[in-house]
Design a protein around this ligand. Structure first.
Ligand code: HEC
Length: 204
């Protein structure tokens, strides 16, 4: 069968227009998907900034180092009474041969709040909104600690010691860091003054 050329041209034009129409329709729906995704992702798909922050603290494993533990026969378990309050006076002490450790190993106390290595001994900080924690911190300080590894979030202070993974956490988005800070400000304040880190014995 011979299709008249005019009919064929018309068919092409209709198909082209239909294609355009479909494309512009899908553009619109893509746009609205992007918008609704943005609206939802303001809180990382959680219903509030604090809930999102709680989630990030869970998956960022902050409790592993910053919360004292109870020892069980299956290993250390987070002690939620002291949640995120850092190394405590009754946490296991770092009474080991530090010289030997510094020379060839890293070690950690059983509740994972004190760490020793070539840098000396570091104690996990109090992250609760108490005066001895981050109670007086501004969001700006929290950004300085996370992005530049500044102790206490102060520009002129020392660099945070291992094993605080600030170099990885610094890659979080601004909104993620803000959500973590908002969550930490919302938890129970626990006064606990964490000792200053000890320099390596080699340097004492
Ligand atoms: C592997 C262990 C570890 C993990 C995991 C960890 N931290 Fe830390 N963090 C530390 C240690 C140890 C210090 C103290 C470092 C020092 O004194 O230089 C610290 C220090 C900090 C400080 C600085 C406090 C101050 O007073 O200067 C902040 C803020 C902090 N951590 C937040 C977090 C948050 C939030 C998370 C989870 C997203 C987290 N950390 C996960 C070990 C850890």
């Amino acid at each position: 069968m011979k299709i008249p050329i005019k009919f064929f041209a018309l068919l092409c034009a209709v198909m082209f227009l239909a294609g355009c129409e479909q494309k512009s329709k899908s553009d619109v729906s893509d746009d609205s998907e992007v918008k609704s995704y943005e609206a939802v992702s303001a809180y990382g798909e959680f219903s509030s900034q604090i809930e999102w922050g709680a989630h990030l603290v869970t998956i960022g494993d902050c409790n592993v180092c910053h919360t004292p533990k109870r020892m069980t026969n299956r290993g250390p378990v987070v002690d939620s009474t002291f949640m995120l309050s850092g190394y405590r006076p009754d946490s296991p002490p770092m009474d080991i041969d530090r010289k030997e450790i510094e020379r060839k190993m890293l070690t950690v106390t059983q509740d994972l709040t004190a760490w020793a290595g070539p840098w000396g001994v570091s104690y996990a900080a109090n992250l609760t909104p108490a005066e001895s924690g981050i109670g007086n911190w501004t969001e700006e300080q929290f950004f300085l600690a996370f992005r530049e590894g500044k102790a206490k979030g102060l520009a002129g202070s020392r660099t945070l010691l291992p094993p605080m993974p600030w170099e990885s956490f610094g890659h979080m988005t601004d909104n993620e860091i803000k959500a973590i800070f908002a969550y930490l400000k919302s938890i129970k304040p626990i006064e606990n003054v964490v000792p200053a880190p000890l320099p390596p014995v080699g340097s004492e």
